[in-house]
Design a protein around this ligand. Structure first.
Ligand SMILES: *Cc1c(COP(=O)(O)O)cnc(C)c1O
Length: 220
């Protein structure tokens, strides 16, 4: 077994079966993704639409492609035919475009609302009130081809486990309350390489793990 396959198995074995593991493969070559695929992995996460589309074209068609990065409205059309879940939706404007492109492709596209839980200013996302307002708006309710199935969050990049736990508890509590009203809510996407065991403890249903499987990323 290759090192990628070993790491994948190790992580899979440590997760409860009910948790979906998204293998975050951004910047990695198709050969690396194929190793994970051969080991049984079928859910991959990318953060650039062009790169994800290239990989979708090159790889087997039973893969679920998740867009985990910030999405520009004018690029939604490139992934609309095939994307399985869009994690980082944070505006009604973006939902409108996703709905439009979903209609064009005669399908429904599943999305998560990104909630801002980290301290850093740079992290995208809605606050709690804006998220609730969006879900309750008539504009959103009129979008028939886009389905919001849960929430996504990124904790602060810190060694302070207590702070990360507090941030995960905040989004989990919001998620839990919304599941009572929105029966299509099934997914809480929290947890990355550095904090996924904690995220699982705090109610995650989907973790997004990259470097722990594929190794550190080198940005050119
Ligand atoms: C890159 C990325 C990840 C994975 O990060 P690792 O620390 O390598 O596991 C998860 N979520 C998002 C949104 C990312 O951009």
């Amino acid at each position: 077994m290759s090192s990628i396959q070993n790491k994948l198995h190790e992580i899979k074995n440590s997760l409860p079966e009910s948790i979906t593991l998204v293998a975050v493969s951004k910047t990695k070559p198709v050969a690396d993704l194929m190793e994970a695929y051969t080991a049984g992995q079928r859910v991959f996460g990318e953060n650039k639409i062009q790169e994800m589309t290239d990989k979708w074209e090159a790889m087997p068609k039973d893969i679920q492609w998740h867009m985990i990065g910030h999405v520009q409205t004018n690029k939604v059309k490139y992934m609309a035919p095939y994307v399985s879940l869009i994690h980082a939706v944070d505006s009604i404007k973006l939902l409108k475009e996703i709905n439009k492109q979903a209609i064009k492709n005669n399908r429904t596209i599943n999305c998560l609302l990104q909630i801002k839980i980290a301290e850093e200013d740079s992290k995208f996302g809605l606050d709690k009130d804006r998220a609730i307002e969006l879900l309750n708006s008539d504009t959103f309710k009129a979008f028939k081809n886009v389905k919001v199935v849960g929430l996504m969050g990124m904790a602060t990049n810190t060694d302070n486990q207590k702070q990360i736990a507090t941030e995960f508890d905040f989004i989990h509590s919001l998620y839990h309350n919304l599941t009572k009203v929105y029966l299509e809510f099934t997914t809480l996407s929290i947890g990355m390489s550095g904090d996924y065991p904690l995220a699982v403890e705090r109610g995650s249903t989907m973790v997004r793990v990259g470097s722990k499987i594929f190794g550190e990323r080198i940005y050119k």
